[in-house]
Design a protein around this ligand. Structure first.
Ligand SMILES: [Zn+2]
Length: 232
């Protein structure tokens, strides 16, 4: 776990199971991005507290997509922070409610057999604790976090309802739309609509946000992502 300061913004990355979740704190308000693999509400409450132990008010719990390794804590978080709104893309809402994580299609030599096997073992869906979505985003939705403009926006490719969140000019949280586990390799090993990924990457780059925070692997600057991915 580490924190990054940029003016009034504090970004905390939590590694939960095999995926990243994030807590963004601006003044006394906060947004949570994803819930990791497994239920870890106590890790979030620690990240939400400031140096004097006061917790920020959680305004949004944003779900980047309905895959089991990104949603594990969401039900417990919704209970812990009942005033927070769960935000997801409308295409993912039914699966999130039902607790269904469809096995995605493999895009690489090693992920295709994993996907094939996963479909047979799990009958196309892995189950998790479902929850209701309060705000279903269609294309884009703007709001504010302690005076900082934030935008939820649709980036189909990894799944049909993948959603990103831009926070001011500082950060964009991209879920599995961009992987950054291996240096210089950003293509997700699984994608239901791979033909839409390039346009979604362009949309992420077009936000101008300085840092990109992926669901797996390390954050990367927009500048480096453009140079190494060839996306502009
Ligand atoms: Zn995923």
């Amino acid at each position: 776990m580490y924190s990054e300061q940029a003016e009034k913004l504090t970004i905390t990355k939590l590694f939960l199971g095999n995926a990243n979740a994030y807590v963004v704190r601006a003044g006394n308000e906060a947004a949570i991005i994803d819930g990791g693999l497994g239920s870890w509400p106590e890790r979030f409450s620690a990240a939400l507290a400031n140096s004097s132990g006061d917790s920020a008010e959680v305004r949004y719990i944003m779900v980047t997509h309905a895959h089991y390794d990104h949603v594990g804590s969401v039900r417990a978080l919704k209970k812990a922070y009942p005033r927070a709104l769960v935000v997801a893309h409308k295409n993912e809402a039914a699966n999130l409610r039902a607790g269904l994580s469809p096995v995605p299609k493999g895009t690489m030599w090693f992920s295709r057999p994993i996907s094939w096997l996963g479909c047979r073992i799990f009958r196309h869906c892995i189950h998790f604790n479902g929850f209701a979505v309060d705000v279903e985003v269609e294309d884009s939705l703007k709001s504010r976090l302690a005076g900082i403009e934030i935008e939820f926006f649709h980036t189909p490719g990894h799944t049909s309802g993948s959603l990103c969140l831009r926070v001011g000019e500082e950060a964009v949280f991209v879920g599995d739309s961009i992987f950054h586990v291996l240096p210089g390799c950003f293509y997700p090993p699984f994608a239901d609509l791979p033909e839409l990924l390039t346009a979604s990457w362009q949309r992420i780059v077009a936000t101008g946000a300085r840092m990109i925070y992926p669901g797996h692997g390390r954050p990367i600057s927009r500048k480096r992502f453009i140079a190494e991915s060839g996306c502009s």
